[in-house]
Ligand binder design. Sequence first.
Ligand SMILES: [Zn+2]
Length: 220
Amino acid sequence: MLAWLGGAERDILQVTPRGVPEPAPEGLHGVFGVRSPARPNPIGLTAARIVRIDGASIDVDYLDFVDGTPILDLKPYFVARDLIFSARNEQIGRPGSREALRESLLFQAQRFHGEFCPGLALGVRLFEDFRADVLGMMEPRELRVTVPMDPPCLIDTIMGMARASPGRGTLQFGPAKFVRFDAGSQAAEYMLLPGAPEEAARILEAPGAVLYRRLRPALR
Ligand SMILES: [Zn+2]
């Protein structure tokens, strides 16, 4: 969906993106490297999901525009051409809080897995812990993951967030009840605990100690 971001400034070429703690000028980035609405061209692009079509009106969600933003064009998303699972980029900044990190991981996981379910919620909690408490909120440059053979929803979720796959050698299968993230110099293993809540929403809110125990494996 293409829109007209008419309210933003047009003469700014460098901005400090959200999540960058350093004050200007150290935190400044060129506008073509970030998603800031302040840029020379006011045309904005976002991926949205069609919820309902009623005559000439189309309801969408996942919109990243302020209310009332004029829409310029709609284009279909082609899975066969647009999906780039292996795409990589450099992280600018980092999530400002653990809540922001979880929201971002939930978004990625649901886009990959397609539903909100217990396996997804558990996967988000594990990866959130690794990103927040082991990596200090940073996105790992390289990541290898070991997952159990089931549940499939947990495997799917971790694949989607970590962008790991067996074919590239970044995802492998290990013993039941263990998930391991290995980001090169930092790694952690999680033992999944019995008796954890079974509903997705409760898994998302439960204390980590109820869901898993984090073990820091010796580096190889
Ligand atoms: Zn699922």
